[in-house]
Design a protein around this ligand. Sequence first.
Ligand code: ZN
Length: 329
Amino acid sequence: MLPFKLIYSHDYYLPIGSHVFPAAKYRLVHEHLLATDVAEPADFLAPLPASDQDILLVHKPEYVQKLKTGTLSAREEMEMEIPYSRDLVRAFWLAAGGSILAAQQALRDRIAINIGGGFHHAFPDHGEGFCMIHDVAVAIRRMQRDDQIRTAMTVDCDVHQGNGTAAIFAGTRTPSDPLPSRSGSPLGTGKLRNAHAGDVFTISLHQHNNYPLYKPLSSIDVDLPDGIGDDAYLAWLDNALSSGLRQFEPDLLCYVAGADPYSEDQLGGLALTIEGLKRRDELVFRVARARDIPIMVTYAGGYAQRVEDTVTIHCNTVIAAKEIFGSKC
Ligand SMILES: [Zn+2]
């Protein structure tokens, strides 16, 4: 049995028809983890949907009302890039409930993984980029409301910038001077932008030349050049984590473990290998464990040409957690 919980429901499935987002990936990951004996049925916890009150900790009442009554405008639905339905609303409320449960379990077991969520492009008043509700932000605000945590840090390793995360937590930010950008090997030509945060510190590592076009400032943004590989990526991640944790002491780490920095991703332009992505997960987990910071994980994007690759990358996140948190030392 795993020393931590996996949060999953069959109802995570997003009813969006034929779409570049592989809606079946959650079910495939669940099946694969069981079939390969990485996990057993008792390792999984089923979430309840977030309450409307939870969702309203982050999202504007007008937007929540539109979602619940099916009154988004055509433009708003287009911007979300997934077809609206009542079932889709239910799936997003459930994903948010899953992230709340993952955050609660992380405080108990040091780590918990939501086999879903990571909808980091959702804003308080609108959805974008396949994201309707920002489950991670909802989980953070709920944990703060319950006095379970005071501060949190998001570490977003999806290939796309966490624009919703940056916007949601920008209100508490006080700007500071940017860190000097690094040059030379192995960090290459990437750029690190830095702005200090209030109660939630946001880190995003992403491909610069990719969606979203407008990237609101995170506490730390690492704008990576096209085609960056494993070693340079890991050096940038290590650098961003060290820099963030020098400035800020989070009570909870929220890791957005996107599978789309993968070299064969259809919506990404970085060149990480499947092995490199597992090393990425291990690096984040090792840092959290060494500093004794509870960590909750969400899956976010993943659009590999072959859906099996996306499933492998997501399953490896669980294997990496098992290796790092299952060992005694
Ligand atoms: Zn993405």
